[in-house]
Design a protein around this ligand. Structure first.
Ligand code: PMV
Length: 355
């Protein structure tokens, strides 16, 4: 495990007046959920996620030597409303990468998924920006790209972002049964994946494309003083142990049991906090009922997970994709806003794009 102090850059910096790079980073979907944090973006419990592939952020950064500052645009249009999050991010990372204080950053970003799809872009965007920063750090020092530090920096921007850098399956948070696990960054667990789970599909059914009504920061905060917090923070690591075993053994039945239970537990925490809130919509429940019915009738092992929103992530093995696509079109698309859904699959993390 790497200590926090080891992320503080010690090397000499080369004199470079202008640096440019472009990186893409995907979103990820948690199977065991992170909900509750303390200190500087430290998770109250460990979590595990599949890295996605189609839902990505692509970020180009040009850094020019001079007074520190930044300009952020989305598809070429300046976005001052994104600035507070980026400002906080730069402030938090400056003690680990002090050279940033001597550069002005022109950041241009875009997402491959529809802008208002109800899919949070904070994980993919913070991961992509952190990758650009570490790319510059590597150019300035001559050191290799440090993926652990990319993950570490992105966590300071948005907790779950640290699971979007490297690997198809990533654990974040200290966990007795996961060697090398850390609260500071995500660790790649791809090697665990049984062939059953390789190329696993995630079709995101867009039930409600509106903006989130409760920000994740507020949501995490509600786990402080939550009546069920203690039980939840004990349950998550146990579920993680069971889920990892299922992923390793190709045990889909246990995978389904833990994954669906985790999704409902996340929402149960929201419904029992003060203030309480419900992010599921009537169509979220209709889809869940359809999934249970279809699974029972066909024995095809589809299951669901939910994010902090109304959209449903439909998870299923690659070999069942044709039948599942047909069923989605026939039965589930009607529950989606404008019949829209996104076909995604497990992917492997961030990568540099050539100019
Ligand atoms: O990274 P944040 O602060 O947006 O929190 C994400 C929380 C969930 O998406 C609900 C769960 C998770 O582990 O990703």
């Amino acid at each position: 495990m790497i200590l926090e102090t080891e992320f503080i850059l010690q090397q000499e910096i080369k004199e470079i007046t202008s640096l440019t790079t472009t990186w893409q980073a995907p979103s990820n979907i948690a199977l065991v959920k992170y909900w509750g944090k303390h200190g500087m973006q430290l998770p109250a419990n460990p979590s595990i996620s599949f890295t996605l592939n189609a839902c990505r952020t692509i970020t180009t950064v040009n850094a020019v030597k001079g007074e520190h500052g930044f300009k952020i645009s989305y598809e070429g249009v300046e976005k001052p409303d994104f600035a507070p999050k980026i400002k906080a991010f730069f402030e938090r990372i400056s003690s680990y990468s002090p050279w940033i204080k001597n550069y002005f950053f022109n950041i241009d970003t875009r997402n491959t998924f529809p802008h208002s799809s109800g899919i949070a872009s904070s994980a993919s965007s913070m991961a992509a920006l952190s990758a650009c920063i570490i790319d510059f750090e590597s150019q300035l020092t001559g050191l290799d790209l440090d993926y652990d530090k990319m993950s570490f920096l992105s966590r300071l921007g948005s907790g779950s972002a640290c699971r979007s850098l490297q690997g198809q399956l990533v654990v974040w948070g200290e966990h007795d049964d996961t060697v090398g696990s850390s609260n500071l960054y995500g660790v790649d667990q791809t090697k665990l994946l049984h062939p059953t789970f390789q190329n696993y599909h995630d079709t995101i059914l867009l039930v409600d494309k509106g903006q989130k009504t409760v920000s994740s920061t507020v949501g995490h905060g509600l786990m402080n003083d939550h009546a069920f917090a203690k039980a939840r923070f004990q349950q998550a690591p146990q579920n993680l142990t069971l889920l990892k075993k299922a992923l390793q053994e190709g045990d889909i039945e246990t995978f389904i049991k833990i994954t669906e239970s985790e999704a409902l537990t996340l929402h149960a925490m929201m419904m029992t906090s003060h203030p309480y809130f419900i992010l599921m919509k009537p169509n979220t429940l209709r889809i869940i009922e359809e999934i249970w019915k279809y699974r029972k009738e066909t024995q095809i092992p589809v299951c669901f997970t939910l994010d902090a929103g109304a959209n449903v992530h439909l998870l299923y093995p690659n070999n069942h994709r044709t039948a599942v696509y047909e069923w989605i079109n026939e039965k589930l698309a009607v529950y989606c806003q404008n019949s829209q859904y996104i076909c995604d699959q497990i992917g492997s993390g961030a990568s540099k794009l050539l100019a």
